[in-house]
Design a protein around this ligand. Structure first.
Ligand SMILES: Cc1cc2nc3c(=O)[nH]c(=O)nc-3n(C[C@H](O)[C@H](O)[C@H](O)COP(=O)(O)OP(=O)(O)OC[C@H]3O[C@@H](n4cnc5c(N)ncnc54)[C@H](O)[C@@H]3O)c2cc1C
Length: 471
């Protein structure tokens, strides 16, 4: 193993939008020695779901930097300037940019930041009590996906930005990994698209944004009158994502601070009840589905599709040959049935990527909540044992802190602000001054003062009982 004697200020694990934002905001900070490792061999953003025409669900200002530093050279607008596309963008008047365009912008940033190392998989993060530093072990990923142990880097701070991974509910797991059946997770849809389009009958399971996008793509590309598509979902409706102006204030630092101050049991009750804020389907996609169905109905009678919400898949298996059998139950009716289909797209969502094995040797130092999850403080630091915390070294978490910071954790609109907060914490200064207030809504009746960030309320609200809260 090749050992490096130098000590970094910051090592980032994973380069998705979260740590790419951090790397972009870290770049101009003279004297900050940061390096970022990504197991993929180049920047990619959910490549299996870059369906033609799919758009971001947030406006372009939720780029990697602008909501913390609109003057940054790494802004989306500066990317457009470099690409000589500012005027077309201005006239297009579409603040919700194409998903493929967002990926292209991120790649443009990634290709220009010298602190990024692609094809590097981080295997372990451990605490060295003698050196009072973290040690990060990494390997190099070859073209075939094999990993060769490569080196170790020592650092004062680690930032985990390992993102999410596809999730398949228990009853559907028997379908995964059987090559004879045409089954894929929506995360890999584009790789399997031709096979899905060619199948006699296709079923899409799940009615989040990715389920709707996959269903729409299949619908648009199968023959009129012979669509042979089923779309089933557990939710009681093909529900729109909440997008009201005040509802969006749940995706602000003010709300994250409020949520962080709640009791753990309240947070755990609240988070699943807020699913419509981020797990529904955006209204434009719902309209496009209805429009395509209507267009087909005009051309040739009712399209051959079945759209049924409120349906749970009880079990799944395959029949002789390559057909799949789904055992369904309509939750409200209590009716059970069996659906035979030739191909299935599992649009069953994503979950935070587990970091248990990565952090195994840190385990004795990690403070956990009642449910066994790492505690994360208001500044996105994992709460570590006093002996580590006293050294000023820290492990930060990006997009793995929904249990502590709420529904905004995976939202691109929070990315730049969270990166700036982390950089303020790592440097112990304020290279990125942050706004004291970010929402018109005053969440809660008592003010919570987040360490390191001045009061978030106007004068009237501050007259309420102030409550200073630690970790
Ligand atoms: C299809 C899709 C569309 C979305 N669209 C929107 C949207 O429009 N608006 C919005 O607000 N949110 C959106 N989201 C939610 C969120 O913004 C994205 O999930 C975003 O990619 C999160 O960024 P991230 O950096 O946290 O994680 P990821 O993008 O998942 O990146 C994590 C990276 O870490 C790498 N990694 C993991 N483990 C290791 C390791 N041990 N060593 C090295 N590298 C490692 C992975 O390879 C990966 O590249 C979307 C999510 C999905 C799935």
């Amino acid at each position: 193993m090749m050992a490096s004697a130098s000590v970094r200020d910051l090592v980032g694990v994973g380069i998705g939008p979260a740590n790419l934002s951090l790397a972009a905001l870290a770049q101009p900070l003279a004297g900050l020695d940061a390096v970022f490792f990504e197991q993929r061999r180049g920047f990619e953003w959910h490549p299996g779901l870059l369906i033609e025409g799919a758009r971001l669900q947030v406006p372009f200002l939720a780029d990697l930097v602008s909501l913390a530093d609109p003057t940054s050279r790494w802004s989306f607008l500066n990317h457009l300037r470099a690409r000589e596309r500012l005027f077309p963008f201005y006239f297009a008047e579409r603040p919700h940019i194409l998903r493929a365009e967002y990926e292209g912008y991120c790649r443009w940033v990634a290709e220009r930041l010298p602190s990024l190392r692609f094809g590097h998989q981080v295997d372990a993060v451990r605490w060295n009590p003698r050196a009072e530093l973290f040690e990060v072990d990494f390997g190099q990923v070859d073209a075939g996906g094999g990993v060769e142990a490569l080196g170790r880097v020592r650092t004062r701070n680690v930032v985990l930005g390992v993102g999410t991974e596809p999730y398949v509910p228990e009853p559907l797991r028997p379908l995964v990994g059987a090559p004879e059946v045409a089954v894929c997770h929506a995360a890999d849809y584009l790789e399997h698209r031709e096979r899905m389009l060619a199948a006699r009958h296709v079923t899409v399971v799940g009615a989040g944004q990715s389920g709707a996008e996959v269903f729409l793509d299949l619908l648009r590309h199968r023959p009129v009158g012979r669509e042979r598509l089923h779309w089933v979902a557990r939710t009681e409706a093909f529900a729109p994502m909440e997008y009201s102006k005040l509802g969006l204030e749940h995706f602000t630092p003010d709300y994250a601070g409020y949520f962080h101050g709640l009791e753990e049991s309240v947070r755990d009750r609240l988070l699943p009840s807020q699913w419509r804020l981020h797990k529904g389907i955006d209204a434009g996609t719902i309209a496009a589905v209805q429009e395509e169905l209507y267009r087909r109905a005009v051309a040739g009678g009712w399209p051959d599709v079945v759209l049924t919400p409120g349906v749970r898949v009880r079990t799944a298996g395959w029949l002789s040959g390559s057909r799949v059998e789904l055992h369904l139950e309509h939750v409200e009716q209590g009716v059970r049935t069996c659906l035979a289909t030739d191909a299935v797209v599992l649009a069953t969502g994503f979950r935070e990527r587990p970091v248990g094995s990565l952090l195994r040797s840190l385990d004795p130092y990690v403070c956990r909540d009642a449910a066994g999850r790492p505690r994360v403080d208001a500044g996105y630091r994992m709460v570590l044992a006093r002996e580590v915390a006293a050294t000023g070294c820290a492990v930060y978490v990006q997009n793995g802190e929904a249990h502590a910071h709420g529904v905004g954790a995976p939202d691109l609109g929070m990315t730049a602000w969270r990166s700036a907060t982390i950089l303020n914490g790592v440097t112990g200064g304020e290279p990125y001054p942050l706004p004291r207030r970010t929402a018109f809504t005053s969440f809660g009746l008592r003010e919570r003062v987040v360490p390191g960030v001045p009061s978030t309320r106007g004068a009237a609200a501050v007259a309420l009982t102030p409550l200073v809260d630690g970790v």
